[in-house]
Design a protein around this ligand. Structure first.
Ligand code: HEM
Length: 524
């Protein structure tokens, strides 16, 4: 069953005893709880599995989802930006011996920060393998390495040439990136690549603008610009879309009330094990990747979730329910991705002026209690599984059980602690999923992750988070930025994005993609 242990993006192996609480005297260490004094919710695996099974989106694995479940307010690219961000904030490079020496994670650990260490590692001096070299002098230059795709055909038999559209890879196909979780599926991998290109474009922009900076100084300045624009996007483009309107600015002005620490931010269990797993509900069963792979007639194959996981440098390893039949012609395993896999960003972010009626746009799925069918059977499940194996392969069950394992309180208890009126038991019990919760009394004391999704559905028809989850998510992201002494709020509190943007002083993912200017490598 080890294959089923797909990357949980960072809290892997987190044990209950690592969850120190914030006692008001010191910071809790790496992980902690926002509400340490609330009682944990107890629920047995049977009840959780029944609820998990009721949290299944309509349709079958590989089938296009019905459009009524689409969230027209959030393009699908933000789902995987969310995953990229998760990998950034949960990356822990602490050597194993240090982890063992400090099992409660109270010292010597990196703090969660939006600092793009997943991109830069510890910089060119410590991790030179991530960086380019000057062909003549062999000196490291301040740009990040980019890989090339291999020539491959489109559905009309025309060859799409090799292009700089893959992660850099070694001879056996492993991505040369600082966090290999970003090679886990095509979209997160292409987003990582986009960020590599963003850094390189900023270096060029500085030079073209007449900057006299060289070497390390040029690298540091480009890194600052990239990181601050990314932090802006996370707060004012990504979190702003997910949470209640204006909340980010309100908390920025009035201060955080629940995510508190003295010096160093910690990773709140309520966020990592429940609220921020909101992304699992946004995942679509199928995508329109580009003109070659999508649901439109005449493409090579539909962009199923299975292919999304098959289409990475790890192809061949992740074959199972999510990747049933490798499509022809892509060969497997890959040492370099074929050119025809490169993402057409116009289909994933609202890049005004680039769109048109003749291609498929992907919305994320609604923030509601329904999870894509394929995620109820993660790869690696045997054809004749035991019930225990089936549970382990069900992402909804895994999330619910993780909450219980680490002692999270119910959604209602957290609402009361935050002075927010919880949903009534009748409201939680609504729908077929609610009925499964009610059968086990979970409509009165509700697992936090399920409550978060139910709240989004109840208050905002699944278009954004409800009041409790909005506050936890917004406070956590703001806290991470406030706790990072290199972040823009620390260094220059009135800083505004300096790169070109469509709306003055507000930089979005669409602006970033336009700036990189490689919007649709596969061609129209
Ligand atoms: C197809 C895409 C994804 C898959 C297959 C996936 C799968 C998983 C799995 C298997 C776990 C570990 C579950 C456990 O045993 O506790 C996990 C954890 C988690 N996932 Fe995902 N996930 C995906 C996308 C996302 C997205 C888009 C987000 C957020 C926007 C997200 C946020 C998280 C968080 C916060 C955790 C727990 C914390 C951590 O370990 O980092 N995931 N995911």
């Amino acid at each position: 069953m080890t294959d089923i242990a797909m990357h949980g993006h960072g809290v892997r192996g987190m044990k209950r005893e690592t969850l120190h609480s914030f006692d008001g005297i010191g910071d809790p260490g790496k992980f902690g709880k926002m509400f340490p004094h609330l009682l944990p919710l107890h629920a047995d695996d049977e009840a959780l599995f029944e609820l998990a099974k009721a949290m299944r989106d309509k349709g079958q694995p590989g089938e296009n989802p019905d459009t009524s479940g689409d969230n027209q307010k959030i393009p699908a690219g933000y789902t995987y930006l969310g995953q990229f961000i998760d990998h950034d904030i949960t990356l822990d490079t602490t050597p194993l011996d240090q982890q063992k020496a400090d099992p409660k994670a109270t010292q010597n650990f990196r703090t969660p920060a939006l600092d793009l260490d997943s991109l830069y590692g510890d910089g060119p001096a410590i991790h030179p393998y991530l960086y380019q070299r000057d062909q003549d002098t062999f000196k490291i230059v301040p740009k990040l390495l980019i890989g090339r795709t291999g020539e491959s055909p489109d559905q009309n038999g025309n060859q799409i040439p090799s292009q700089p559209n893959d992660l850099p890879r070694n001879q056996v196909g492993h991505a040369l990136i600082f966090d290999e979780r970003n090679d886990e599926n095509l979209l997160v991998a292409q987003l990582h690549l986009l960020m590599l290109k963003f850094h390189n474009a900023v270096v060029d922009w500085l030079k073209d603008g007449g900057s006299t900076l060289q070497g390390t100084a040029l690298f540091l300045e480009a890194r600052r610009i990239v990181t601050w624009h990314y932090q802006w996007i996370v707060l004012f483009d990504f979190v702003e879309r997910l949470t209640e309107p204006g909340l980010i600015n309100r908390i920025k002005k009035d201060g955080r009330r629940f995510y508190r620490f003295k010096l160093r931010p910690y990773m709140p269990a309520e966020f990592a094990a429940a609220c921020y797993r909101l992304g699992h509900s946004m995942i679509r069963e199928t995508y329109s990747h580009n003109r070659v792979f999508g649901p439109e007639p005449g493409t090579f194959a539909n962009g199923t979730l299975g292919l999304l996981f098959f289409f990475t440098g790890k192809s061949g390893k992740i074959v199972g329910e999510l990747a049933p039949e490798p499509p022809e012609p892509p060969p497997s395993p890959q040492k370099q991705l074929p050119s025809n896999w490169a993402i057409d960003w116009r289909r994933f972010f609202d890049i005004e002026g680039e769109g048109g009626p003749d291609f498929g746009f992907n919305f994320s799925r609604k923030l509601d209690p329904f999870i894509a069918p394929s995620l109820h059977k993660l790869p690696g499940l045997r054809s004749d599984p035991t019930e225990q194996e089936e549970r382990e392969a069900n992402l909804a069950f895994r999330n619910l059980r993780r909450g219980v394992q680490i002692g999270l309180p119910s959604g209602q208890a957290i609402c009361r602690a935050m002075n927010i009126e919880p949903m009534t038991p009748e409201e939680v019990a609504a729908g077929s999923d609610g009925a499964a919760a009610k059968k086990h009394g979970l409509h009165e004391a509700t697992p936090l992750w399920y409550y978060v999704l139910k709240e989004a559905e109840h208050y905002h028809q699944g278009q954004r988070l409800g009041p409790m989850a909005s506050t936890i998510v917004a406070e956590t992201f703001l806290g991470m930025v406030h706790g990072d002494t290199e972040s823009f709020p620390w260094r220059r509190s009135n800083w505004k994005p300096e790169l070109p943007c469509q709306q003055d002083g507000h930089f979005t993912m669409a602006d970033l993609i336009r700036f990189v200017n490689d919007i649709n490598p596969v061609g129209p």
